[in-house]
Design a protein around this ligand. Structure first.
Ligand code: SF4
Ligand code: SF4
Ligand SMILES: [Zn+2]
Length: 297
């Protein structure tokens, strides 16, 4: 008979620690914690408890396996579609050489705008008030290191984000990842600013309209904040495609451009079940700008 953990069902061998006795158990802490509870209850109560925990654990594992499988199948299907679209764009690129171009898949930021609601502005103001007060409490403590990214020699990273329209900004909400550390950095850069001036500097940059479902600072023309006022999260974050591009820019031969397939959903929603993440565009970008692609499929 197969020997398995009574909680999670992981297979055990006769020599596995915990394999002996009426309740074989694997090494996982949550499984061992279930068994530990045997000492605190009657045998009948423990049997019921074990039955319930084992069922929940196995259901969770089955769901996780199914989700892994779904994501694997989705990745394969999207990769096949991307290959077709990249090749179609490359076929229209005069003198295209595979080692001088990088293929990227991009999400899409929101296209629609909406008037900035008072409630959102209010939440942002309260958040700023809290983090500016926390930053002041830090007193003379050295501010965190400056995380503002240095400008790239290439125009490609900026162009790629512009084409994507901030597909990763959609989780910025009404706080834009701003923290007391960001405020301390800004205050160190502007030592003459009083707390209320720091607050105004942020509030004054709010646009009357923002992108629907995105960060309070996300406007049709990009982020309303200059880089030095953005959070460390915003200044450091690179999606997989940007990481790949920026890594490639340091290598030889020099990159002439980027071949892009763009999908419908933003960075965070693109793998959600039942969501249409079809291709919405395919094009190429060179240092001098966007080239018209063969069109939207
Ligand atoms: S970092 Fe990636 S997801 Fe974010 S805007 Fe740039 S290309 Fe889009
Ligand atoms: S602050 Fe700017 S960069 Fe950061 S999430 Fe908001 S819009 Fe994007
Ligand atoms: Zn187990």
């Amino acid at each position: 008979m197969r020997l398995e953990c009574v909680v999670c069902g992981t297979g055990l061998t006769a020599r596995s620690p915990g394999a002996t006795g009426p309740y074989p158990i694997c090494h996982a802490v949550p499984c061992r914690m279930v068994l530990d509870q045997r000492a605190t209850m009657s045998e009948a109560a423990f049997a019921r408890h074990l039955h319930w925990r084992a069922r929940n654990t196995r259901e969770q594992r089955a769901r996780a396996r199914a989700e892994d499988e779904r994501l694997r199948a989705l990745t394969v299907a999207e990769s096949v579609e991307n290959l077709v679209q990249w090749a179609a764009v490359e076929a229209h690129l005069p003198g295209h050489q595979a080692d001088q171009f990088i293929r990227l898949a991009l999400p899409s930021g929101p296209t629609r705008q909406r008037k900035l609601a008072q409630g959102r502005r209010h939440t942002y103001r309260n958040h700023l008030k809290d983090i500016i007060a926390q930053a002041n409490l830090a007193g003379d403590e050295a501010p965190p290191a400056d995380t503002v990214a240095t400008a790239s020699r290439s125009t490609l990273p900026g162009q790629v984000c512009a084409l994507c329209r901030g597909g990763c900004c959609t989780r910025g909400g009404d706080t834009a990842y701003l923290s007391a550390d960001t405020m301390r950095r800004v205050m160190a850069q502007q030592p003459h600013w009083r707390p209320e001036q720091v607050m105004s500097a942020y509030l004054d940059r709010l646009a009357p309209k923002t992108q629907v479902g995105s960060c309070i600072n996300h406007t049709a023309s990009g982020c309303a904040l200059p880089r030095e006022m953005r959070s460390d999260v915003c200044n450091r974050y690179l999606c997989e495609s940007q990481k790949e591009l920026q890594g490639r820019l340091d290598e030889a031969p020099a990159l002439r451009g980027v071949v892009v397939v763009q999908r419908r959903q933003d960075h965070w929603s693109r793998h959600l079940p039942d969501c249409d993440n079809g291709i919405v565009g395919a094009t190429s970008i060179s240092e001098s700008g966007l080239n018209p692609g063969p069109g939207t499929p």
